[in-house]
Design a protein. Structure first.
Length: 381
């Protein structure tokens, strides 16, 4: 019997359990901000050249911290690509923001920078950017517009750790950026994330917000002689057990990315001709983007064909999935006035995009089965 090929599977690099043991027995500290959290902070700061990295319990929570740091108030407008995960905007809506959804480009599926300026009003308080699949959005144009209007940019970089746009790391353009270490991302610890801070004015308050609104971080550094409640905040720091797991993955970033590149390149090489022949879109990566190899997607000609392909692969034990449903047409999005036709590219992607199995340990044989499964598809509509 051939085994099913999942869409995603968590992968070990080898040292995860060893580091967790060290956190417990050698360092004797498994709550937040222990030895491995500090190691992760240093690795992220030094490798990316960011001012401050703070591990969080998720990317969602890092986005919530960003919304608090920008002092988002009820009625403020926040611009966001329509084609993204709910958390990108929900973290801001949680503070009362009104979402303003912009459609994405049909080639990279990133925010359409040509539609950005027209969406800005005197109430715009933030511009959220997603680097879909770890392929950089058009940051030259986006940053020029944002700077001209003095509006902070937050990069939801859940897909793009260590990818580059024109030689610069994603996550280092905006005032802040957020990372995810969820089980489905390139580097994982189950549930986890990070806030990267590029604009130094946010650093001190970020530490406070992350520590329940207290100045405990300053206390531990000996900068104040007692710690107390000084601001709003929550508990956004992960256990050092998770940081130990994560550190084993971050340390192996070179080998993880090499495996993912190989999988991505194989899909691309073996499906290009087939895609051309059937009018199927596969990813576009501009020459000036060094991507993160986070997803391999295909855009089928229509919804029934996409559904037939997913069913065809499933009948062979291969799990493929679709995402994202257009935010402006969700229950929440419609509550903010979203209507069919507002973001046609995203509406088409919601119906026609499929993601292929992609995880670090996907074997050559299993990947060959996925590719053969696609090439044997006949259910065109
Ligand atoms: C996965 C993901 C998130 C959420 O990450 P969590 O760590 O699960 O909160 C946010 N934004 C994007 C673009 C994502 O892909």
């Amino acid at each position: 019997m051939t085994l099913a090929i999942p869409f995603n599977r968590p992968c070990f690099t080898g040292k995860e359990m060893h580091y967790i043991g060290e956190a417990v027995y050698r360092h004797g500290h498994i709550s937040g901000d222990g030895y491995f959290t500090k190691q992760c902070h240093r690795l992220l700061e030094e490798s990316l050249g960011v001012k401050k990295a703070l591990l969080t319990t998720s990317c969602t929570h890092a986005l919530e911290m960003a919304a608090i740091l920008l002092d988002i108030q009820p009625g403020d407008e926040v611009i966001c690509p329509d084609f993204t995960f709910v958390s990108t905007i929900n973290a801001f809506v949680l503070r009362g923001a009104l979402p303003v959804f912009i459609d994405v480009r049909a080639d990279t599926l990133n925010l359409n920078e040509h539609a950005l300026e027209a969406a800005i009003t005197p109430r715009t308080k933030a511009i959220l950017i997603v680097h879909y699949g770890g392929v950089g959005a058009e940051m030259d144009t986006i940053m020029a517009i944002a700077n001209r209007h003095r509006i902070p940019v937050i990069e939801d970089n859940a897909h793009g750790l260590w990818a580059k746009y024109k030689g610069q790391y994603l996550g280092t353009f905006g005032a802040m950026a957020t990372q995810s270490f969820h089980e489905t991302k390139n580097f994982q610890c189950g549930e986890g994330g990070a806030l990267l801070i590029n604009d130094p004015q946010y650093v001190e308050r970020a530490e406070i917000i992350r520590e329940k609104g207290t100045n405990r971080s300053r206390f531990f550094r000996g900068q104040v002689d007692k710690y107390t409640w000084v601001d709003i905040g929550s508990s956004y720091l992960p256990s050092d057990v998770l940081a130990a797991f994560l550190y084993a993955q971050l340390e192996e970033r070179g080998s993880i990315q090499a495996k993912r590149q190989r999988i991505w390149d194989t899909y691309y090489a073996q499906l290009s001709e087939w895609a051309d022949a059937h009018d199927v879109q596969i990813p576009t990566v501009p020459g000036y983007c060094e991507q993160a190899y986070h997803v391999f997607y295909m855009v089928l000609p229509n919804l029934p064909t996409r559904q037939n392909l997913i069913a065809h692969l499933k009948s062979q034990g291969i799990l493929s999935v679709f995402h994202y449903l257009p935010l402006h047409l969700s229950d929440m999005g419609q509550g903010y006035g979203g209507k069919a036709g507002d973001c046609p590219v995203t509406e088409r992607l919601g119906e026609c995009l499929v993601r292929l199995p992609f995880y670090n340990d996907l074997s050559d044989d299993d990947q060959a089965r996925v590719i053969a499964g696609i090439q044997s598809f006949e259910g065109w509509v």
